[in-house]
Design a protein around this ligand. Structure first.
Ligand code: NAP
Length: 326
C-alpha cells in the first residue's frame, strides 16, 4: 500500500510517497481505510524520533499522528466498532492507505462532520479534554485562560471550554490573526502578548479574582503571568512548551494562592488511562462542536503542509487528504 515515507538525512528529512506492506490486524484492533490526516506541531519532531523510537539510518518511516477514515475489518475481541463505521483516532504512522489501531482508541466521527473534520479534531479533543479535566477539572462557570490560542490545540481548547460550561474565557495569542475565530468559538477576550506582561489584563477581565483554570500551550516567558493571573485555588495545566520548556514562577504567589500545577502528555499514559480519555471524548456531544480547518491539501503535498504550521499564518488545522487507490 502507499504511504508518506520520511527519509531521514544528515540535515533533516524528506517526505515522499512510497510503498510499504499492509499492517497485520491484531486482537482487539480495527483496520481503518484512511481518508484524512491532520498536521500537528509534533510532526516536526517525528523524523528525529521525538515521538517514538526512530528506525535505523536509511530505513524510511511513515509520517502522520492521527487519522479519520472507515473501518474495513475488525479483529477478534472487538465490540462496539463495526465494519463501515467512520472513526477518528490518534495513531502514529497514519499517513498511509490503511492503519490498524486498538478499537478502544477510536471515536466515531459525527455524521455531520466530514472525514477532514474528524482528522482535524481528534488530537485536539483528546488533548484539551485531558487538560480541562486535569487537576480536579473545569467546573461550570469557572474562568479559563488559554495561551497559544492560535494553535490547533488552542482553538479546540477554547471551543471545548465553552462547550463544557466555562465562565469567562480569555485567549492569549501573539498575533491577532485568529481573533474573529476565537471569539466565534467562545472566547470573551483575546489578549495579544509576546510573552510576559499580560497578567493585569487577565485580572481586569476577571474583576480582580484571577483565572480559575489555565491551559498553557507555550510555557517559557508566558508562564510567570499565569501564576500572577491565577485565582486562589487555581489550576495551571501545561500542555505545550512552544515558547520554551524552562520557566520561572513566583513561589510566594504560588503558595499564597494554593495553586496546582499539572502537566499532561500522551507519552507516559497507561493504555487504561488512554482508554478512559477516549471514553471521555466519546461522551461529549461532538455534533455541537465544529473543528476549524485552515485548508485541505493532497497527500503529495505533505511536506509543504507540515511546513505551514511554523509560518504563523494558519488559523485552524491543516488537513491532508489521503487518496487510496480504488
Ligand atoms: N501535552 C499533550 O498531550 C499535547 C498534545 C498535542 C499538542 N501539544 C502541544 O501543544 C502545543 C500546540 O500544538 P498544535 O499542534 O496545536 O500546534 P500549532 O497549531 O502548530 O501551534 C503552535 C502554537 O505555538 C505558538 N508558538 C510557537 N512558537 C512560539 C513562541 N516562541 N512564542 C509564543 N508562541 C509560540 C504558535 O503561535 P503563532 O500562531 O503566533 O505562531 C501557535 O499558537 C505544542 O506545544 C504541542 O507540543 C501537547
Amino acid at each position: 500500500m502507499k504511504a508518506v515515507l520520511i527519509h531521514r538525512h544528515a540535515d533533516g528529512a524528506v517526505l515522499a510517497l512510497g510503498e510499504i506492506p499492509e499492517p497485520e490486524l491484531g486482537h482487539g484492533q480495527v483496520r481503518v481505510s484512511v481518508r484524512a490526516v491532520s498536521v500537528n506541531y509534533a510532526d516536526q519532531f517525528v523524523p528525529q524520533g521525538g515521538y517514538g523510537t526512530p528506525p535505523a539510518d536509511g530505513v524510511p518511516w511513515v509520517a502522520g499522528l492521527d487519522a479519520a477514515g472507515v473501518v474495513t475489518e475488525v479483529g477478534a475481541g472487538v465490540s462496539g466498532v463495526r465494519v463501515g463505521d467512520r472513526v477518528m483516532a490518534m495513531v502514529a504512522s497514519s499517513l498511509a492507505e490503511q492503519v490498524v489501531t486498538d478499537a478502544r482508541f477510536t471515536v466515531p466521527v459525527p455524521s455531520t462532520w466530514s472525514d477532514e473534520e474528524g482528522a482535524a479534531a481528534i488530537v485536539g479533543l483528546l488533548t484539551e479534554c485531558s487538560a480541562l479535566a486535569a487537576a480536579g477539572g473545569l467546573r461550570g462557570g469557572e474562568s479559563v485562560v488559554i495561551t497559544g490560542a492560535t494553535s490547533g490545540m488552542g482553538l479546540q481548547g477554547v471551543q471545548l471550554a465553552r462547550h463544557l460550561g466555562a465562565g469567562r474565557i480569555i485567549a492569549v495569542a501573539r498575533s491577532d490573526r485568529a481573533d474573529d475565530v476565537l471569539h466565534r468559538l467562545g472566547a470573551d477576550l483575546v489578549l495579544h502578548s509576546a510573552g510576559c506582561g499580560y497578567a493585569d489584563r487577565v485580572l481586569d477581565a476577571t474583576a480582580g479574582a484571577g483565572a480559575d483554570v489555565a491551559v498553557d500551550h507555550v510555557g517559557g516567558s508566558y508562564f510567570p503571568d499565569l501564576v500572577a493571573a491565577a485565582a486562589i485555588g487555581g489550576r495551571i495545566v501545561n500542555v505545550g512548551r512552544a515558547a520554551g520548556a524552562e520557566a520561572t514562577a513566583d513561589l510566594e504567589a504560588f503558595s499564597l494562592k494554593q495553586l496546582t500545577l499539572r502537566g499532561v502528555t500522551f507519552r507516559t499514559r497507561t493504555r487504561d488511562e488512554l482508554g478512559d480519555l477516549y471514553q471521555q471524548v466519546r461522551d461529549l456531544d461532538l455534533g455541537k462542536l465544529r473543528p476549524v480547518i485552515e485548508r485541505v491539501v493532497p497527500w503529495e503535498e505533505t511536506e509543504e503542509a507540515q511546513g505551514l504550521l511554523s509560518t504563523g499564518t494558519v488559523v485552524g488545522k491543516v488537513v491532508i487528504r489521503v487518496a487510496a487507490e480504488s
